[in-house]
Design a protein around this ligand. Structure first.
Ligand SMILES: [Fe+2]
Ligand SMILES: [Fe+2]
Length: 499
């Protein structure tokens, strides 16, 4: 077994306590509450205070972590090159191991991979958020690299290139949209990113450092993209980040430029670098990618899926169907009984595990367009149930049944829908004039919001007022909406006209 595999496994087996150290003090907020309150349009005094506390707490928590980057700015280039060489070498070892017949390192099944997509959603859906606090400083050339990165995270306002839009589509396509029900621990990274955006005025070096750490290409991104593709899940969001964050000209490079550009703003460069390093270490907060992968428990997830249906399901079944001495409605009345209900279904032949799920009457009732319970379970939930029933026989199941349609087919379909949508929003702008190149939107009820938005933008003759108005629409909560995208295009157009 290769050295890198051992290293990865060691990290996977890390005890839970070593992953995130819960705070000793009792807070009146949680990561999840801070996360959602920071996504509201106006931040209350309580939101500001709680998110500031979260930042202080997490900076303290990571203070004892070893620094992965040099304190000397002259050494950053070498650090970047070396990091990329190591990741490149480790990825080659991974590919060689897979070629030699090793199973996937990350995802045991498609449902495992879909769980991962859902579990990292709170972080991915605020991609780039930590840079938002800089946007009101668009005139400052010392922040140009960071502003450019934020605009690129937003796809420069072009919908199919906006990273949050892309991730939302990925979740939708795979029926993984119920991420808001995840436990608090899955929201810590996202809460930190949003908190940095809300407190940039007092945490600029930490924001720059967080960006530097986040934009470096990690090994797990490459492996994730490889294994998602193998499981018929569109890996585009992940492959995009291997290219856009590249070390030569991408975000990884710009993140280093940003440190160099901003340094003259601070009187004490040593202190500045220490705070940048503290920001880099904030990337360690919360669950890591490998922690999240390890978190998946197929048996537990099947039980959770059935429990989530029990509230409604307990009234929907006919009393003629008795399993293990109880009607289905009786089984579903108590969440604690669901695991036992599954066991009884196995015992009575409703579920035949470790063979083709098509042999199980239970599967036939929930899957297929003519099934009695068609539509009750989301695609993600069906995948969980399929993988669990197939069990040890999963890898020998027919590809289409096990992994669904190849993602390219799905992608083509969604691309067609996307094209239709783009023409509606007139996504193509001349960045220099700010004018739409495509035809003007017709004056219909459907376009009222965008038409009045555009009229308002063109009526503002004060540059600062205009840019502040646009920045409001480019917040992490709004930039992926049609008006947010429109604002981003105007903003980008104005920035291009300045240089
Ligand atoms: Fe991104
Ligand atoms: Fe990036």
């Amino acid at each position: 077994m290769s050295g890198v595999r051992i290293e990865i496994e060691r990290e996977i087996k890390r005890p839970q306590g070593a992953v995130s150290q819960p705070s000793k003090a009792v807070n009146h907020w949680t990561s999840k509450s801070v996360y959602f309150s920071l996504l509201e349009s106006n931040h209350s005094a309580a939101t500001k205070a709680n998110s500031a506390e979260l930042l202080v707490e997490k900076l303290k928590e990571t203070d004892i972590h070893a620094a992965s980057m040099p304190a000397n700015i002259q050494e950053l280039d070498h650090w970047l090159t070396e990091h990329n060489e190591i990741v490149g070498r480790q990825y080659r070892e991974y590919l060689a191991a897979r070629k030699a017949g090793q199973p996937r390192w990350y995802f045991g099944s498609k449902s495992h991979a879909l769980f991962f997509l859902k579990a990292v959603a709170p972080t991915k859906l605020v991609d780039g958020a930590w840079l938002f606090g800089l946007m009101r400083h668009w005139q400052d050339p010392r922040l140009a690299s960071l502003i450019k990165i934020y605009l690129e995270e937003l796809g420069d306002g072009v919908e199919p290139m906006n990273h949050v839009v892309l991730y939302r589509k990925l979740l939708k396509l795979n029926g993984c949209e119920d991420w808001k029900t995840l436990d608090d621990q899955f929201f810590t990274q996202g809460a930190i990113q949003l908190a940095l955006s809300a407190h940039t005025d007092s945490h600029l070096p930490e924001v720059i450092g967080f960006n530097l750490g986040y934009e470096q290409l990690p090994l797990h991104l490459l492996i994730t993209a490889y294994e998602l593709k193998e499981l018929n899940i569109d890996p585009y969001y992940f492959t995009l980040h291997t290219t856009i964050d590249n070390a030569q000209s991408g975000h990884a490079r710009s993140a280093i430029d940003a440190v160099e550009e901003a340094m003259p703003m601070f009187n004490n460069s040593r202190e500045f670098m220490q705070r940048v390093i503290a920001g880099v270490k904030l990337n360690d907060v919360g669950l890591s990618t490998l922690d999240i992968i390890r978190h998946f428990d197929l048996q537990g997830e099947v039980v959770r899926v059935l429990q989530s249906k029990a509230n409604i399901g307990q009234f929907m079944h006919s009393d003629r169907c008795v399993i293990g001495g109880k009607t289905v409605n009786e089984w579903l009345q108590d969440n604690e009984q669901v695991a036992m209900f599954l066991y009884e279904m196995e015992k009575t032949g409703w579920i035949k595990r470790h063979q083709d799920p098509e042999q199980s009457p239970f599967w036939k009732v929930i899957a297929g367009e003519k099934a009695a319970m068609f539509g009750v379970f989301t695609p993600y939930e069906q995948q969980v149930i399929y993988d669990w029933i197939a069990g040890d026989a999963l890898e020998s199941m027919p590809m289409l049944a096990r992994l669904g349609r190849p993602w390219r087919m799905v992608e083509r379909q969604s691309k067609a829908q996307e094209d239709a949508k783009n023409s509606r929003y007139g996504n193509v702008y001349d960045f220099h004039s700010g004018n739409r190149i495509g035809k003007k939107l017709p004056e219909t009820d459907f376009n009222q919001d965008q038409l009045s938005f555009e009229r308002y933008v063109h009526s503002i003759d004060n540059e600062e007022t205009l840019m502040n108005f646009l920045v409001d629409w480019m917040s992490p909560a709004k930039h992926h909406t049609p008006l947010g995208l429109c604002a981003t295009r105007y903003f980008k157009s104005h920035m291009d006209s300045l240089f």
